[in-house]
Design a protein around this ligand. Structure first.
Ligand code: HEM
Length: 146
């Protein structure tokens, strides 16, 4: 006999269909990974980002994992990073650092170039959305300068 539909809003979702999110529209984990890889590759290779690079630890490998995890949850994907970092936010992460207009500008520019590179390489499923995300991240970074 068929069970009547549950009215319990806490009941697990029966459907396998996941809601569309910016994360999924962008192309999911491979797209975020491609953008983050390009971002830190630029930071490591282009002297224009020397001041930004100098603020970071010698080994950028943990940052590559962490920023990808952050952007994944931030864009509506799996929230593992937020579950593993309870209570951490943009302000608490960056409190130990003095971020000026120069380093904020370097972050914003490197992120814009990383996203543009990913779009050109066909690594972003929705180029318009990827551009919009780059714009938001740029504004966010520039707004962190003090
Ligand atoms: C405004 C310019 C910014 C500067 C100068 C900056 C600088 C830094 C530095 C120096 C670290 C620590 C790195 C290390 O331990 O090696 C860091 C960590 C981090 N930043 Fe930024 N950041 C900026 C903007 C942003 C933005 C806009 C985001 C996200 C959209 C972001 C996300 C993160 C994350 C997720 C971490 C890693 C936290 C952790 O795992 O400990 N940052 N940032």
């Amino acid at each position: 006999m068929l069970e009547p539909p549950s009215l319990d809003t806490q009941a697990p979702v029966q459907s396998e269909v996941q809601p569309e999110t910016p994360f999924s529209k962008l192309g999911g984990a491979p797209t975020i990974a491609a953008i983050v890889a390009r971002f830190y590759d630029l930071m490591e290779s282009d002297p224009a980002y020397g001041a930004l690079r100098a603020m970071h630890a010698a080994d950028l490998a943990p940052m590559r994992v962490s920023l990808a995890g952050f952007l994944t949850g931030w864009s509506g994907g799996p929230r593992d990073w937020f579950a593993a970092n309870p209570g951490r936010c943009m302000m608490s992460i960056h409190k130990p650092f003095t971020i000026g207009a120069d380093t904020a500008g370097q972050w914003a520019e490197a992120m814009r170039r990383a996203v543009e590179g990913a779009i050109e390489a066909g690594e972003a499923a929705d180029p318009q959305l990827a551009k919009a995300m780059a714009g938001v991240l740029e504004e966010l970074a520039l707004g962190m300068a003090r």
